[in-house]
Design a protein around this ligand. Sequence first.
Ligand code: URA
Length: 478
Amino acid sequence: MPTVRLASETDFQGWREAARALRSSQVAPEATLWTVDGAGGDLFGEAAPSPAAGAPAFTVPREFVELADRVILHRSDERFALLYRLLWRLGREPDLLRIHSDPDVQKAQGFAKAVGLAAHKMKAFVRFRLATDPEGGESYVAWFEPAHRVTEMTAPFFARRFATMNFSILTPDVCVHWDTQRLAVLPGADPADAPSEDSLEDYWRTYYASIFNPARLKVGAMQKEMPKRYWRNLPEARLIPELIARAEGRTDAMVSQAPSTPSRRVMRAAQRASRDASYDGEAVTTLEEVHAGVQMCRRCDLYRDATQGVSGEGPARARIMFVGEQPGDQEDLAGRPFVGPAGQMFDKALAAAGVPRDQAFVTNAVKHFKHELRGKRRIHKTPTTGEVTACRWWLEAERRIVRPRVIVALGGTAALSVFGKALAVSKLRQQALQLPDQAQGVVTYHPSYLLRLPDHEARARAYAQFVEDLKFAWSLAG
Ligand code: URA
């Protein structure tokens, strides 16, 4: 029986050439054996024919080539023969690929779909760890076990995404290495070749725990999106059983944190302030009134879609005030500023700068969560200048009550609210800017900006600057 020996499990070029030769020589699919070099097979089989001289040329639909390009990455041993059978049949049934009920077509399309899904999961679940070589050079290494042979196919995605980072993705099939210029593909590796633990793991775990929302927990859906086969190599997966177990208690805690009812005097003051845009606000003299007023606020429409208003938090006589943009998904549920992923990043930077969070007043320019729904997810939307201006009233009340020595605007929206005009944050960092209420103003990045930077070096640089800015502001606060 003619035996085709391909150079590797994903040798599409080799398969194409062999299939072309076999079909030109009229070798039927059932009379052919496909194997990969080193994978055994029929030792006594004849070699497959070379393309028959003078055989009639044939063309195949582009759709088939695209399908075959995917199917060949499937782990099934059947894939080469299945593709050749389809190619053979296409000669007599040119519309074959449109017959979705045909068992061969169905199987090939199922393989292609599984390969697409495996590539998607690889993009989502590769986790890099920092590795240092003896000369002190740094690179990022990930160990990953893809469901199908999709490593080479997804490598260009990682090269684009982490263009300035040296990285290697090691898999049992092949390893890809990116040196910021070129992608190299080498033979497969062993899990022991990848570094096992480093501080990035803690970072991932902290991040995952902070974005985990117990009130939205759907165990089935979560396991469908993050199948168990990938858990082994995901640092955050270790947390999943515990987070699921704690979810009920955390949901109860969120509900019980709902604001308590303030006194009638407070309610009256807050009510006026929250509806009347021309109200001068002098009657709002305590943080309790601000809190109650924010819950009732109708100065713009953002209250409609938010769970609750989120006012500032911290000592009423704090020396330093930090102003963010607006509450995020988690802050909206918890009713407290900076408790989600940006809050975790903020806390880490505050600790690195030696600023005790419990001595700072932490608030936002806008007190309601502005978002849009994408499926079941609530995606942050930047507030407009009109919304920032309407809500500025509450920030001014907080400033008047707390009277901090230093006000730090975290990002552009906060700067707009604190200074009343748009400022170029990166140009004005590390400067003490005078504010009319005797306070000094400082501008720096928003922690979410750091989380969004895709490239590791840029993130590390911006994080270091952010810590410097926090130190600078804390030194101004005396
Ligand atoms: N981003 C902000 O600006 N504030 C928060 O409270 C949370 C995220």
